[in-house]
Design a protein around this ligand. Structure first.
Ligand code: PMP
Length: 418
């Protein structure tokens, strides 16, 4: 984080006020105050095009997909597959059959663990993760280790919240079958050197999964350039609906994987003697999917793709720079996560103040931040804390809102310390 805080928003090549008009919820008041939404790492707000897409589907297009001969079903099937194409384009996958719809990042990781993992991991094999992972990128691997006798290895992080790359490299060996690392840490904001991680893992002969839950709209994503084998993300953190997300997997890997759940759509033929499974991606999509969610997610990604990404990222970097400057001026505040490469996530601890009390009082001022362990308990343990307060910003946040967060902190701190 090197950008110098500029307090004049008009100086920026990014019309945040125009963006804000696309997000109706941002106009709401909370506790009588204009909402300042700084909990984007938990979930993002939705633009009108996404809300309208869901409404339009249910109002005019609703039908079950794949098996229907009637017009509505054919249209819904086509729209669902176009949504898959939109995701393929957004992350630059080679083919749309490399995109599996899931409920989100968590389900995508569990799918890989219970299909690829169960098929390919054996006793004494190793899975290498980092110490900054979300529980969703820890627990499925622990479960897989219990099932297979494989071992989980953890690359440590330094005091700035960066993966210790020498130790990461030292932990890689011929036993490493899978490396699973977050692109961006939700608890610390660290942007991990995923290109390097993929390269090192592949040199060691390991498959690599990148958890893109936090990076999907905070970095340029190109899975072919990155070269990862699996990439996962959730729609709701990418301006899309909840309950929908995706797993990208290289076709060769997906084709060799057994099914995840059994049911309709994931089969070609079923008899009591023998069931033949469907081709990818359908083999991994048992049952009626979240059709509206897929359409909404595609709208969200199309909306985001139409923006000037470098300008969005520069805007977010600027918000982080202003937030960091303000945070450093708060007495007793310690920023948790000071990586050289950081996304617009600011986690902090204030001496003598319980994060939950802070979050509750900020809410009285209309300020929404997150407090607690952020589903990353090992990160909190690493820094000797039960939890932090976390402000996380997105494209539609303004510099004025960053100031509003810290003005509110300045106001409530005397009360919390009394
Ligand atoms: N990984 C990371 C880095 C996350 O931030 C999150 C959500 N906080 C997840 C995985 C899980 O995402 P979801 O709950 O949408 O499945």
């Amino acid at each position: 984080m090197t950008a110098k805080p500029v307090l004049n928003e008009r100086a920026l090549p990014f019309d945040v006020e125009r963006i804000r008009r696309d997000f109706p919820l941002l106009a709401r008041k909370v506790n009588g105050k204009p909402l300042v939404y700084a909990d984007n790492a938990a979930t993002t707000q939705k633009p009108s095009v996404v809300i309208e897409r869901l409404r339009h589907y249910y109002e005019f297009e609703n039908a079950n997909i794949h098996r229907g001969v009637h017009t509505l079903s054919a249209e819904a099937t086509a729209a669902h597959e176009q949504a898959r194409d939109a995701i393929q384009r957004f992350i630059n996958a080679r083919e749309s059959r490399e995109i599996i719809f899931t409920r989100g990042a968590t389900e995508s990781i569990n799918l890989v663990a219970q299909t690829w993992g169960l098929r390919n991991l054996h006793a004494d094999d190793e899975i290498l993760i980092s110490a900054l992972e979300h529980h969703a990128n820890i627990v499925p691997w622990q479960m897989l280790c219990e099932q297979t006798g494989a071992r989980l290895r953890v690359a440590p992080i330094n005091d700035r919240g960066e993966i210790e790359m020498e130790q990461f490299e030292a932990l890689l060996s011929a036993r490493t079958k899978l490396v699973a690392v977050a692109h961006i840490s939700n608890a610390l904001g660290t942007i991990n050197p995923v290109e390097k991680i993929v390269q090192l893992a592949h040199e060691a002969g390991s498959v690599v999964l990148i958890d893109g839950a936090q990076s999907i709209i905070h970095c340029a994503i190109d899975v072919q350039a990155l070269g990862c084998d699996f990439f996962v993300f959730s729609g709701h953190k990418a301006l899309g609906p909840t309950g929908i997300g995706a797993l990208y997997g290289r076709a060769e890997l997906l084709e060799a994987m057994p099914p995840y759940q059994g049911g309709g759509d994931m089969i070609k033929t079923v008899s009591f003697e023998r069931t033949e499974y469907n081709d990818i991606p359908f083999r991994f999509e048992a049952g009626t999917p979240h059709i509206a969610g897929a359409l909404g997610l595609a709208s969200a990604l199309d909306y985001f793709a139409a923006l000037d990404l470098p300008a969005v990222l520069a805007h977010e970097e600027h918000l982080l720079a202003v937030a960091t400057t303000r945070a450093e001026a708060v007495p007793g505040l310690r920023i948790i996560g000071q990586a050289a490469h950081k996304a617009s996530v600011l986690s902090f601890d204030i001496e003598g103040v319980h994060p939950q009390d802070l979050g509750t009082l900020l809410d009285h001022h209309g300020v929404a931040i997150r407090t607690g362990h952020h589903c990353a308990m090992p990160v909190m343990q690493r820094f000797g804390l039960a939890g932090t307060a976390r402000a996380s910003f997105a494209l539609y946040n303004t510099v004025a809102e960053v100031h509003a967060v810290f003005d509110a902190i300045d106001k409530v701190l005397p009360m919390l310390r009394a």
